[in-house]
Structure formats: structure tokens, C-alpha cells
Design a protein around this ligand. Structure first.
Ligand SMILES: Nc1ncnc2c1ncn2[C@@H]1O[C@H](COP(=O)(O)OP(=O)(O)OP(=O)(O)O)[C@@H](O)[C@H]1O
Ligand SMILES: [Mg+2]
Length: 264
């Protein structure tokens, strides 16, 4: 079997992980939340991160995104050890996290949100025209038409449109990795579909996408690989095509299924 077949359907044999976490630990005071977690994500692929409530998914992606630092273990980005200490450090590497508690500013418009903290200036004043054009180009490039004017305030947008803006913001910054923490949790059917299509498009552009979801239909519809966390441990990393819904549900609820998963 070639490397290509074992590493997912959409990448060639030469692909190496963009993101490679090996044995990372994280505690909050006396409580250890992550225990030697492994997670590998490849360019051009959607990696679904699944696990029950409290399994440690958000903690893991906050570590990836520089909101937390891991206590120990290896964090490799494009093969090099890194240690982002802030979201800005992570963004500098090309890692963007769209958090579960979406950090958009209600009172600002789409352009202002997409450039928040990284505004473009022409030397004297903010270059509104350039930012507006870049925001519009990014949304169009992602085939997003549903938000209307890029000057609409975020407070006027629906949940799905907000997700779209948050994802577009990640893309605008030329990211290599985009992590989405439950983007479809509060969305209706049509909006979920739209966000999932966007997720697939990001991967097709060559990004590594890590998608947290509790919805097995979404996971199977869009992911190439699945990483299952169980009580802060990696129960399994598998290709989506190699497992069934039932196996993934078992990994989530008991950490193992058949020969796969944590030791009994
Ligand atoms: N800042 C913190 N201080 C103390 N404990 C925390 C902190 N953040 C998370 N935890 C604990 O870590 C565990 C994992 O939480 P986390 O938010 O990572 O879970 P999750 O897998 O994202 O769950 P969900 O599916 O509900 O979003 C939980 O028991 C939580 O209470
Ligand atoms: Mg969470």
C-alpha cells in the first residue's frame, strides 16, 4: 500500500502533515484535561475532531490557536516545533481558529470584523476601499453570496452568515490551517449545508481544516479523517472511509470499538 492511500483521498503520497500534535498535555490547576493527545492534520483535507461534551476538544483547539499553551508534548507546524503563546502568534504561523463562542463584534460591519486588529492603512488613514475590496474578493472567492453588502453590521446577520464571515476572515489572512469549533451547532438545515460546503471548499483550496462537530451526518458528509477524543485522550485517528457511524459513536461514548481505540 502506498503512503497516498493511507493518508486520505484528496492528497498525494508526498503530503506531510501541516499540524502534528504528539502527546500533548494540558491541566487547569489540579485538573488534567488533555492526556497525551495526538492529532495530525493534512493539507487539502478536512479532519473532524469528535468527542463527547467535556472531552477536551475546545481545550485542544485553544492550545493549537495560542489561547492556551500546552504543558508538555510536541507541537509541530509544517514539520517544525512551534509554541504559539497568543492567537496572534498562531495567526503569524498561518493558523486561524473560529471559536465556539464566535468572536465577532456586533456593532461593526463585515469589513471591519474581517480586518479587526489588522487594519490596512495607506500611511495616513485606514484604507477603507482596499479593505472593502479584499473582503468582497474573499467572500466571492469562497462563493459566498448570501451576506449581501460587506458594509452590513454583524448584528443584522443570521448565525450562518456570521459563521461565514468568521471563516472568510480566516481565509483572508492566507491561513494554512483553519480550525472550526462547532460552526454548525446553532444553524438550520440550509445554513449548515452552506457552512459545510464552505468547509469543503477551504480544503479543496489546499488548507488543512479541523472541524469540531457533534453531528455524525456532517462529519461523514465532509471529513476525510476523524480524530476521536475520549476523556481527554485520543481514542483513534482514522480515515473516514474506513469506519462506520456506529464505530465512531462507540469511540465517542466508550473510547473504543472492536480492535480500535483505547485499551480496555
Ligand atoms: N479554563 C478552564 N479551567 C478549568 N477547567 C476547564 C477550563 N476549560 C475547560 N475546562 C474543563 O476541561 C474539560 C474539557 O472542556 P472542553 O471545553 O475542552 O470540552 P469540549 O470537548 O470542547 O466539550 P463541548 O463538546 O461541550 O464543547 C471540561 O471538564 C471543562 O470543564
Ligand atoms: Mg467545546
Amino acid at each position: 500500500m502506498s503512503l497516498g492511500t493511507s493518508f486520505g483521498r484528496s492528497v498525494g503520497a508526498s503530503a506531510r502533515p501541516v499540524l502534528d500534535l504528539r502527546g500533548v498535555d494540558k491541566s487547569f490547576g489540579p485538573v488534567q484535561v488533555l492526556h497525551g493527545v495526538d492529532l495530525t492534520a493534512y493539507p487539502g483535507e478536512v479532519t473532524a475532531l469528535v468527542g463527547d461534551n467535556g472531552a477536551g476538544k475546545t481545550t485542544l483547539v485553544k492550545g493549537i490557536g495560542g489561547v492556551h499553551t500546552f504543558d508538555s508534548g510536541e507541537y509541530l507546524f509544517e514539520g517544525r516545533p512551534v509554541r504559539p503563546r497568543t492567537p496572534r502568534d498562531a495567526a503569524g504561523l498561518g493558523i486561524e481558529v473560529v471559536h465556539q463562542d464566535l468572536a465577532l463584534c456586533e456593532n461593526l460591519d463585515i469589513v471591519e470584523n474581517m480586518f479587526l486588529g489588522r487594519e490596512r492603512s495607506n500611511g495616513i488613514a485606514l484604507d477603507e476601499a482596499a479593505m472593502e475590496e479584499a473582503a468582497r474578493r474573499t467572500l466571492t472567492g469562497l462563493s459566498v453570496r448570501s451576506v449581501g453588502s460587506v458594509r452590513r453590521r454583524v448584528s443584522e446577520l443570521s448565525g450562518g452568515q456570521r459563521q461565514t464571515v468568521a471563516i472568510a476572515r480566516a481565509v483572508l489572512w492566507d491561513s494554512r490551517v483553519v480550525v472550526l469549533d462547532e460552526p454548525a451547532a446553532a444553524l438550520g438545515v440550509a445554513q449548515t449545508q452552506q457552512v459545510l460546503e464552505l468547509v469543503r471548499r477551504l480544503a479543496d483550496k489546499g488548507l488543512a481544516v479541523v472541524l469540531i462537530s457533534h453531528n455524525m451526518n456532517d462529519v461523514f458528509a465532509v471529513s476525510d479523517r476523524i480524530v476521536a477524543l475520549y476523556l481527554g485522550r485520543t481514542a483513534a485517528q482514522v480515515r473516514t472511509a474506513d469506519v462506520t457511524h456506529r464505530q465512531v459513536v462507540e469511540l465517542i461514548t466508550s473510547g473504543r470499538t472492536g480492535d480500535l481505540g483505547l485499551p480496555a
